[in-house]
Design a binder for this molecule. Sequence first.
Ligand SMILES: [Fe+2]
Length: 375
Amino acid sequence: MAEHAVLFVDDEGNILKAVQRLLRNEPWKVLTASRGSEALEILDQTPAQVVVSDQRMPEMSGVDLLQAIRERRPSMVRMMLTGYTEMNVAVEAINRGEIYRLITKPWNDEELKATLRQAFDHFDLKEEIKRLNQITREQNLKLQDMNRNLEQKVRERTKQLAEKHQELRVAYIQTIRALAEAVDAKDPHTYGHSERVGVYASKMARELGLPKELIERVYIAGLLHDVGKIGVRDEVITKPDRLTREEYAEIMEHPEIGARILQPVAFLSDLIDCVRHHHEWYDGSEQGYPARLRGDRIPLPSRIILVADTVEAMSSDRPYRKGLPLDAVMQELHKYSGSQFDPNCVDVCLRLIEREGEAFIRKDQKFDIDAFLEV
Ligand SMILES: [Fe+2]
């Protein structure tokens, strides 16, 4: 802390001498000036915390001097020496100079020392408050800076997480497609069947106005609907002739086998029932399997997939026949609407075929589920 100094201003030399004598043993530097202009010169060179000025002086009055000091050094503690009778001067001094105390002449020595001590304390306290305010401001700025950095970091991390999430999602879909291809590879005549069922089913799901999450589930379930065929003997699956009763029973197990394959995979648990019931008949009749569920008891993705599966199978070439024309496919859908098929699913499928024509069943169409969901 800077050395404490007080400046006394009085045109009477005796007063200045008396003050110097009085404060000789105090730990303060005592400066003196006999005129206002001299006082201002001293203050330009020597920092003092307290000024005590007489009022009546030639050239510049005490009130004018204290006002000038207030403008130049606002933190300085200003006091005025006045006679008892100069009340009007006291009021003016307070109003214009914002002075700390009035000291009346003649003064009491001990009171004057105590007042000066308080004045220095007052100055020190205000400086300390200023210093603390400054520290608070600086820390606030630092904090704002750190917050900005933190926000930036959070944004970067969020972006990285989103990218990782997207990578995982792509890997997830690729894995499922690989599994679907493994199923289709058992029979050279069904190459691409599962993928196309997934595509047709997704389009139908969107036409039904289903939410994106459900459309995606329909797509994945479409890819995996026949995953259970992995557990059925190849010669049964690829047999070009009519199946025997036993062979047909074996084929009929594929939905249950599919459900069992998906069972241990936690992130595919939503799909288990969709796969298990993709051969149920809408009317609950016994041609449906494995549970002979009926109507709304059959999961909606399964009802959609059954229609998509039929459209894909009928319109594709088989060793014993060419793919059927769209008219025949549409007739089949009409014929079994309400018995094998959910009429709503038939309606949306027919609407799509009418709208898209042959393009709906084109074999080489590229499909990206994420791009599809964005539209
Ligand atoms: Fe199937």
